[in-house]
Design a protein around this ligand. Structure first.
Ligand SMILES: [Zn+2]
Length: 530
């Protein structure tokens, strides 16, 4: 009896084990089948399947027939590494919009914050907050020279003391230890504009010790753009680190064509061993605040209260006005008040989308450049607005884009859908390059464009585990139809998602599924050197 029961139990166990063997664990978590694989290297595409386990690409082969928890048929669409945006203002929106749909729908899976010399400090606290946030996209940061200087000295126009320089070096060092990818500067902005080349070099040397890069919104992108490129190269050379001209552009009709000179400077630098590179967004308009773009730097010293005080003094106001006139005439204003469009005015949202000529009329004046300067100063007095400035030539844009040392970056952020009138680069940058400059104009091959969006920025950042489709790398992928991909966002109607991306995968998790956003939040904080 007792023996028989044991035999029975044994039989049940054997059956259970055999059934267990029948219900096999799938070999892979996910297989993407029938892709046109553009692997990020710039090499021509090839047909293949990609297998993913956990957060990692484990196999790429012409045909993968093993089992998987999920199989997605790419149907001959392009399978590319997820795009990496090396110049992003994502911190403004990511806490409000952690899905970052504007980025995901362009195939972007990683964004790098802290550009233009501006980053939160300490970096560790910022990254801890991001780490605690459930987000869809990967994010990392630079440490900002302007933020470091402001923390130590405020917004003053003077040299630092020896003690202040030591403090600034320590803050950069701490930022790098906390995981920043390098030092960013915005030498066009206050207080970057008050910073000498030597001072930046001293801080760049600190970032260099940690293997970081230097990335700069240069001192001037208009009449002195050539000097600014020289300075950016010099900082890389003397600082001993890779240097990058960020959102490279040539502003102002009188300066158009000078990308020939600036690119030559980059080529010469590279020839003599300076690791200088470029990033660019594919639009002929820029975006920043009206005050920063049109007022002279000296008028902005000390911050908002000081600016308003200066504008109240009739003599000083006249001096400021003459420089605003010059800016509208020759620089960001593009020679016509119509070329300046207000993007976001928190103090009067009805002004969003209006151009400076219209605002001048609303103020009861004819829209001459002198009157538009008055309107611009009035805007700054009221609380400032962000603006869009149409003052870049298509020919310079394409020349810079074609350069092999140029990568794609948006300079955008994560807008709240439907709010204000932001630059379309927020929604369209990567899709626009693929649609306009690859498919329509043949400025770039598909493979070259993908390289500029994936492996090139990854290499620049030292992200050795992303940016290519290769077994062993993190599974960040973007699938799109090269015939249908397009940016829908325009200057008039910016809140429109890019089209043509069907599937986007972040750290092995599908976040865009056959065109539908999923609630998955697999995004991670990326730390330099970890
Ligand atoms: Zn910038």
């Amino acid at each position: 009896m007792c023996k028989r029961v044991l035999v029975l139990i044994g039989a049940i166990l054997t059956t259970a084990l055999m059934q267990g063997a029948v219900v096999q664990v799938p070999t892979y978590d996910l297989i993407l089948r029938n892709g046109r694989i553009v692997d990020g290297s710039g090499s021509p595409w090839y047909r293949g399947d990609v297998a993913i386990r956990g957060d990692t690409i484990v196999r790429i082969a012409p045909s993968i027939t093993e089992s998987a928890t999920r199989i997605i048929d790419a149907g001959g669409e392009v399978v590319a590494p997820g795009f990496i945006d090396i110049h992003s203002h994502a911190r403004e929106g990511i806490f409000e919009v952690p899905a970052a749909e504007n980025y995901i729908r362009q195939g972007v899976t990683t964004v790098i914050e802290g550009p233009d010399g501006s980053s939160p400090l300490p970096i560790a606290d910022f990254l801890a907050r991001l780490d605690a946030l459930q987000k869809t996209i990967n994010i990392g940061t630079f440490v900002g020279q302007g933020s470091v200087r402001t923390a130590v000295m405020g917004l003053v126009d003077r040299k630092p003391t020896v003690d202040e320089l030591v403090k600034m070096r320590t803050l950069v060092e701490q930022g790098m230890k906390d995981g920043a990818f390098g030092l960013s500067s915005g030498l066009f902005y206050v207080p970057g504009t008050f910073t000498s080349t030597d001072e930046v070099v001293e801080l760049a040397k600190v970032a260099a010790r940690f293997g970081g890069i230097y990335i700069s919104h240069m001192r001037d992108e208009a009449s002195r753009v050539v000097d600014s490129v020289k300075e950016t190269v010099e900082i890389g050379e003397r600082g001993g680190l890779p240097t990058q001209l960020t959102h490279h552009k040539i502003i102002g009709v009188g300066n158009w064509g000078r990308s020939i000179e600036t690119l030559k400077l980059v080529d010469e630098a590279r020839k003599r061993g300076v690791d200088a590179t470029i990033d660019e967004y594919p639009y002929t308009a820029s975006s920043t605040s009206i005050g920063a773009a049109l007022l002279p730097a000296w008028a902005q010293e000390g911050g908002r209260e000081k600016v308003v005080e200066r504008l109240r003094d009739p003599g000083v106001r006249a001096d400021i006005k003459s420089e605003v006139v010059r800016s509208i005439q020759n620089e960001r204003g593009g020679g016509d008040p119509k070329n300046v469009v207000l993007a976001r005015c928190d103090w009067n949202q009805s002004l969003s989308g209006k151009n400076l000529a219209e605002v001048t009329r609303i103020r009861g004046m004819e829209p001459t450049i002198a009157n538009a300067a008055e309107a611009a100063m009035w805007i700054v007095e009221q609380g400032n607005c962000s603006g869009i400035f149409h003052a870049i030539a298509e020919e310079d844009l394409r020349r810079i884009l074609r350069h092999p040392a140029t990568m794609i970056a948006s300079d955008g952020g994560i807008p709240v859908f439907g709010k204000a009138n932001p630059h379309p680069r927020n929604y369209g940058t990567f899709a626009r390059v693929l649609a306009v400059y690859v498919r329509d104009l043949n400025t770039l091959t598909l493979e070259e464009a993908v390289r500029k969006m994936s492996s090139f920025p990854a290499q620049r950042l030292g992200l050795t585990d992303r940016g290519f489709l290769r077994p062993g790398l993190r599974a960040d992928l973007a699938v799109f139809d090269p015939a249908r991909v397009r940016d829908a966002a325009t200057f008039g109607k910016p809140h429109q998602y890019a089209e043509g991306f069907s599937t986007v995968i972040v750290n092995g998790r599908v976040v865009l599924d056959n065109g539908t956003m999923l609630p998955a939040r697999p995004g991670r904080v990326l730390y330099h050197g970890r």
